[in-house]
Structure formats: structure tokens, C-alpha cells
Design a protein around this ligand. Sequence first.
Ligand code: SF4
Length: 465
Amino acid sequence: MKVAFLTLGCKVNFYETERMKACFEASGHRIMSFGEQADVYIINTCTVTNIADRKSRKMLHRAKKNNPDALVVATGCYVDSSKETQAEASGIDLFVPNQEKEHILEIVEAAVQERRQAGEGGFRCEEAECGPEKEAMKENFLLSAEALKESRTRAFLKIQDGCNQFCTYCIIPYVRGPLKSRTEKEVLLEVEELAGHGVLEVVLTGIHLSSYGVDWSGKKSFLELEGRPLLDLLWKVSEVEGVERIRLGSLEPRIITEAFVQELSRIKKVCPHFHLSLQSGCDTVLKRMNRHYTSGEYLEKTELIKKYYANPALTTDIIVGFPGETEEEFWKTVDFMQKAGFSKVHVFKYSRRRGTMADAMPGQITEDIKNERSSLLMAKEKEMEIKYRKNFINKEEKILFEEIVLFENEEYLTGYNERYVRTGVKVQSREQAEKMINTIGRVFIPEQEIAAGEMLFGNLAARSR
Ligand code: SF4
């Protein structure tokens, strides 16, 4: 079969799509891009906001439009979020909840078989039988890195799923379920496989990464573990030959203690780039969100990181227009954001989710106010981003080159430094530039005008690998 995938939402979803692709490829199916004619379209949906829901629906319908005879499969959080989804949706042939993702190959193949027997659909199952690999499907889902090797120099690796935190605005604990951590052995096998395929950077992701290991530790909360299982895993991942960089996905601020950061800073392959979700810089809003820290405590965490890392990249998420957010509360967030000195802030407008506590809270904010607050915060964010990038002027940075892109009619070889700042070098020879993809090069960044959201421009100094 020709199978096309489309992913919406978080890094965990992206990771899971890669796993699904690996299963289908290992069974002899051909992976197509989403815009092409395929026999099966699998959309890995997201439900984190109303916009995400809308996008999920739109993409499912677009798939049907691409090929009306295709089997359109919805999986991911949108499927799990609402029982009515299945009834509401038209044009969707199959729903695969998150918990069933690891069996998606079997489920899809069975559906295709059924359709063929019923004489429906325009399938051309060119490879008549899927072969013995099918039996190893579940194993492939967890372990095979085949699909990742061609597409990425940086690979996402899910080490944990689920969340027990129940922030009042969030539907994720209901759709992803309780914590479930992968074993060290499983993770390391996958890292070795990735490294064997030449992947230089691994990004450890999860729904609540800081809770890694809580489920098999016998403890109630990640706070009792002081990050031990995560640190142990990081040490082991850093010993895998070929892995040059380890990046961490979003961390809960409360995992940051002096002991944790001190030990983390000794694992040299861990990038000095930390995403600590803030959500609000105002204590009363944080309380209503059921976030168990204050803005003061959060600031202490950022200071601890700055104590052990030079010029760390601190990134975060902020929600504006949470129920009851007053002007005064909003301005506390604006002030706090500037005080903390982030290198990048993802600003989200609060979006009501049915089934969450915040949905039933009084004082829902109008869209106009949310838009106003979001624009203001984004403007401040741009200034902060530019300010942070100025730190790299007249410095030499190590860039992991990923791709060649066209910018104002010129080709640039681009990649990221350890602090996740995108940097490009003008391509002099296409052949040489192509050879440099998936290598780490030293780039000198001269004086220049810096624009938010755009890359820095540099000159190649000397290749380090
Ligand atoms: S920590 Fe909060 S925001 Fe993050 S997934 Fe869990 S409940 Fe949702």
C-alpha cells in the first residue's frame, strides 16, 4: 500500500508518527508525502486547543479530498478527546486511539482487507502479503529506528507518556492517561540504533518528562525522586558512541534543584537549552491553573540554571487570557517574562477544553482581549529573542548542519547550535554543502542586523567532524 502520514501537535506525536512509519515500511508498504495520492492517509491529530481540533478535522477532510477512495485514518489525542468525535466526523474511515497506536499496522491492514473483500476502495496492495515482519510489528514500533535515519540529523525519542499533574486547563491527562515510562534498556537500544544510523543529536521527549521513572519507582511524585531516573538515563545515553548532543524536551520547573542542575551540567553532551513551562508569571493565575510553583520559585530555578551554564537558552510557554485573568495579573506576566530573560517564548491564547476544570471557571476572557494580550506578549517576546541572539555576535559556534535552504535567492547550509539558534552559511559549492549535512561545523558569526524568527548568518571556520 501507499501510505501517507500527517502529524499535528507535540514532539511526542511526531515521535509516534516516525514509529508508525517504521512499522509500515518494515512491512513493505511505501511511505508517500501527504500531498501525493495514497491508498491510506494516517493523520496523527492533536486536541490541545480548539484550533488544534479544527486543524485535525481540516486535515482529515483534506486527506479524503486527495483521494476519495483512500482509507482515512484518524489517530492521536483528538480521537481520544471526545466520544462524540466519532459520530460527528464524516469522511473518516477509521479511528485509532492513542493506546492502540502500537497496533496500527494490524488495524489498518485488517480494515484494508475488509474493504477489499467488500469490494470497496481503490487499493492496489502491490506487495501481496506483508511477510514475517508483521509478527515483529509491535517490537518495531518500539525499537526500529529505520524511518528516522533518512529524515533527521536530530531524532526525537519518546521516553515517557501520560501525565498525572492535571493542570486545570489541560485535557492531556484525560486523553493520554497515567504515567508510563519506557525502560532504560528499551531507550538505550533505540539510541544505539539511531546512532548507528548516523543520528548525532537525540531529543528526549515525553508528555511530562520530569516524571520519567515515577511509575516504576514506587514513589508517588517526581519530587521524591529528585530527577534520579532521568539523570541515570542521561548518563547512559551520553555514553552511546556517535551521539554528540542530547537535548531535553519540556521540563517541569520543580525538577530543577541545585543537586539536579549540578549533576546535569557534568553530562557534557546535554545541550544548554532548557524549556521550562511557565504558563503565567502571576501567582494567583498559577494557583488557578493548578501549577504547583510560584513565579518567585520559578525565577530561582532559572537562576540555578544560569549558575551552572553560561548563557543558557531558556525557553517557555505562556498562556494568556486564562479564566479570570485581570489586566493586573496579565501585566505581572509581562514583567516576569522580561525579568526571567527567555530566549524564546511560545505564547498561547487560552482555549476552553470540555471536560477540564478551567472550562467551568467563571470569568472567561473574550477573544478580543486574548488577541490583544497575545499580540503584546509576542511583541515583547521578539525583542527578547533578538536580545538573546546578540550574544552570539563575534563568536564561533558549533552548528549541526541539517539542510540547504533558499533565502532571498541564495542557498544556505543551515543548522542549529547547542542553544538552538538557527544559523546559516552561504553555499559556495552545492556538492561540498551536501557533504556537510549531518556534520558539526564551526561557524563564525559576524556583526549583522538580527531579525526575530530568522536565522543568524555566519562564515564557515573549520570543520570539526
Ligand atoms: S503537566 Fe499540566 S500541561 Fe503538561 S501535560 Fe500534564 S496536565 Fe497538561
